[in-house]
Design a binder for this molecule. Structure first.
Ligand code: 6QA
Ligand code: FAD
Length: 690
């Protein structure tokens, strides 16, 4: 956003709001970011000193210029990495701090991890240094024009040619051409290409290979490779998503990625311990999407909540207002929308951590050839990726609407983050497909437990919910009017709901014969099952994160956990669980787990919590620690100087628009002059007289 004069000034309403927050912000920021915080801030300081990382011009650029600008940022990051000796993790941090997407993301987050998890140690010695030093730049080419979700039906082939010890890569039909890969159209020199392995006429299914696609020096496509750009998308337009046709291109056998499955010089196939090891990049990105969902929503809410404390509109007829208008945050509906979304973003952040830890544990195992955790990690990351990307994008859109007209403007800042994040419901597996994966795993686990009479695989909360009679009479209820509702009660409610949905799906599927046919028939219920599973995890992980932090504050920080941010987080957590229960109350009410009267008490408690949190929410968003350059928002800036900033932004836009017509008014000389002159002529006014 264009800078303003007198940068130390903050509008008085935000100063007053911040003064009312009950806890110091920094310890909460430290809790949210953990060990990442210091390196993150160090890197951000470096970035923000360099004008190349300013995002002010982004909305005014053509798509071509946007792409080149993002490459300039990427090139600078590469330079900085070398100069500052950044690790892979530092580079990921830097990319997240840029506040813009660059094609480098595909190289760093998809291509290099694919090399690390799919290349053998010997192959890594050759290829990793090239990739890490940017001698080559890569992308992930899996999806085809006609197939993306169902990987078993990809058509690209890699046929072994024993005579020359090579593979021949081919996209035999138009449908088979690679379609969608980011950084494929212009940026990459190489790609990880997923193709069916054909050995002596036999099809061994989809495997990864390394393919050079552009020539060194000229960057022209290699012979027999046709590459193109897919054009504009809803967002993410700094990235060159592309297509590629490959006509019988030979690569050495050693360019099959052979960490997991192998083909020997004799053409013998050595299978991986688990064929799904080929898919580990997808699992990693799904886990990453879960990790980032709460943060992306937090970014939109930082904008919407700050703006709602500066914007004043309506309410002047309320007698106590004595003719003064209200800050829009003080309209009940605005506060309700934004506070419940904020609770969700925190719940997702807590779950993101659990997902990251689980994924890291699995990755360490997989690289060493241990596959025991894979199915669980695949199921957990699939359902959570689907749930969190759905919820985050829906609530971001709601936050955008909550900013009225200025939310629709690009310079409001939510449009860019929303349209970038919208891809997350599609990429790495369309959300429905992924929910179905989670449900399959849940159903299998429960059916297996039932068959063997061994319930140890079934989580204990679910076990007791499956076994118990959960009708709670009002007089025995742990939901009491005007009182906090305990974590145990709310967690048990979510287990109960999941158990009920699970039982319904199991019964239906058993009735229909328990095979693929039955599951295909029950897709709607299966997606519901995965969602209920994920919703329960969001609630449990939030409570568990708070309980753990309470111990850390007491034992490690030697401080009092009843002071500071923790009591506020507890309210936020309770609000999250109660709000999600009310939002889906049909499921909880149906067989009496929660009575209608108890539901009304829940609603009262929700309102109470939203009121209690009224003067905390600015602290809760400031604690995300998102800089103004990352937000790139005229209305969400930390100093609250919304109207000055909107005006500066529009003036800046005008200078760019006017440049187009060499000092005149863009469009007038080229088009409007004649249209207006013709109008005047028709009205009988001589143009020459004017
Ligand atoms: P099945 P089968 P059982 O947003 C970010 C952004 O980045 C942009 C990057 C975007 C990059 C991409 S890359 C392309 C991603 N493509 C997909 C395809 C989705 N489809 C699939 C599979 O086909 C499945 C998972 C649907 C599986 O299909 O069951 O067939 O393959 O499976 C048999 C059994 O194996 C189990 N299984 C499957 N996968 C795994 C697994 N088990 C462990 N690990 C796995 N990975 C499966 O459950 C089956 O089990 O038999 O027991 O039921 O035969 O038909 O994946 O995703 O889009 O950019 C940035 C800027 C943002 C981030 O920040
Ligand atoms: P489809 O499967 O055609 O989905 C269409 C609809 O059919 C969906 O509603 C889906 O739920 C439904 N459907 C399909 N099958 C079933 C089923 N069995 N049961 C129930 N419903 C079903 N790919 C790469 O390889 N590399 C990349 O870098 C890459 N980047 C991308 C970036 C963007 C911005 C986008 C949009 C896509 C990218 N992709 C990439 C491709 C992406 O991974 C796929 O588009 C995605 O996996 C969805 O697959 P699809 O397009 O085949 O959808």
């Amino acid at each position: 956003i264009p800078p303003l004069a007198d940068p130390s000034k903050t509008v008085s309403s935000l100063v007053a709001e911040r003064a009312l927050v009950s806890f110091p912000i920094e310890p909460l920021t430290q809790f949210l970011h953990g060990a990442n915080l210091d390196p993150q801030r160090k890197i951000r300081n470096l970035l923000e000193q360099d004008p190349v990382f300013s995002n002010a011009d982004k909305p005014f650029l053509s798509r071509e210029k946007m792409y080149v600008r993002s490459l300039e940022k990427a090139a600078k990051l590469v330079e900085m990495r070398k100069k500052n000796n950044w690790s892979d993790e530092d580079m990921m941090r830097a990319m997240m701090m840029v506040g813009d997407s660059t094609p480098q993301f595909l190289h760093e987050a998809l291509f290099i991890p694919t090399l690390r998890t799919q290349l053998s140690d010997e192959q890594q010695k050759i290829w990793l240094p090239k990739a890490v030093n940017y001698e080559i730049f890569g992308c992930y080419a899996q999806t085809e024009l006609a197939h993306g979700s169902n990987l078993r039906k990809l058509e690209t082939t890699a046929t072994f040619i024993p005579e020359t010890d090579e593979f021949e890569i081919d996209t035999p039909t138009i449908n088979a051409m690679k379609w969608w890969p980011g950084a494929l159209a212009q940026t990459s020199t190489h790609c990880a290409i997923y193709a069916r392995l054909i050995l002596h006429g036999k099809d061994y299914g989809v495997h990864p290979f390394l393919l050079q696609i552009r020539a060194p020096g000229t960057h022209a496509p290699m012979p027999n490779i046709e590459i193109g750009n897919l054009g504009n998308k809803i967002g993410f337009n700094t990235i060159d998503n592309g297509f590629m046709r490959v006509h019988k291109v030979r690569i050495p056998r050693e360019q099959m990625m052979m960490r997991n499955s192998k083909v020997t010089r004799e053409g013998v196939y050595v299978p991986a311990k688990n064929a799904k090891m080929n898919y580990s990049t997808m699992v990693a990105i799904r886990a990453n999407i879960v990790k980032n969902a709460g943060y992306a929503l937090g970014q939109a809410l930082t904008i919407a909540i700050r703006y709602s404390m500066v914007r004043v509109q309506g309410g002047d007829r309320i007698p106590s207002q004595k003719g003064e208008e209200l800050k829009i945050i003080d309209h009940g509906m605005q506060r309700f929308r934004l506070t419940t979304s904020l609770a969700l973003s925190y719940a997702m952040l807590m779950t993101g951590r659990v997902m990251t830890d689980l994924h890291k544990r699995n990755l360490k195992n997989v690289v060493q050839g241990e596959v025991g955790l894979m199915a669980e990690v695949h199921a957990t990351s699939s359902g959570l990726k689907a749930l969190t990307s759905d919820l985050a994008t829906a609530q971001m859109e709601d936050a955008r609407r909550a900013c009225g007209g200025h939310g629709y403007a690009w310079c409001g800042g939510i449009v860019d983050i929303l349209t970038t994040t919208l891809q997350d419901v599609t990429v790495e597996g369309e959300n429905t497909i992924l929910h179905l994966q989670t449900s399959r795993w849940l159903l299998k686990t429960v059916l297996q437990a039932k068959k063997t009479n061994d319930l140890s695989m079934v989580p204990s909360g679910l076990r007791s919910a499956l076994a118990g009679n959960h009708v709670i009479e009002d007089e025995k209820s742990t939901i009491v009017p005007g009182q906090p509702i305990s974590g145990e009660t709310l967690i048990a409610a979510f287990w109960h709901r999941e158990a009920r949905v699970l039982q319904e799906v199991v019964l239906q599927i058993l009735k229909d014969g328990a095979g693929e046919e039955a599951m295909a028939k029950s897709q709607v219920q299966m997606v519901e099952l995965s969602r209920t599973h994920g919703e329960g995890m969001l609630v449990r992980n939030f409570y568990e994160a708070i309980a753990q932090q309470e111990q850390v504050i007491r034992n490690e920080h030697k401080a009092d956990p009843t002071k500071g941010y923790l009591p506020v987080l507890k309210m936020l957590c309770e609000l999250h669980a109660i709000h999600r229960l009310i939002e889906q109350s049909g499921d909880f009410l149906e067989d009496g787990y929660v009575s209608r009267r108890q539901l009304n008490w829940c609603k009262d408690r929700r309102s109470q919590l939203i009121d209690l949190l009224r003067y905390e929410i600015i602290g809760l968003v400031d604690a995300f620690d998102i800089s103004d350059n990352q937000l790139n928002s005229a209305i969400g800036r930390k100093d609250g100087r919304v109207y000055e900033s909107l005006y500066e932004w529009a003036k800046y836009g005008m200078t760019i628009m006017e440049k187009g017509s060499q000092g005149g008014v863009l469009g007038f000389d080229e088009v409007m002059k004649d249209v207006l002159a013709e109008g005047r002529r028709l009205n009988g006014v001589a143009t020459s007289k004017l």
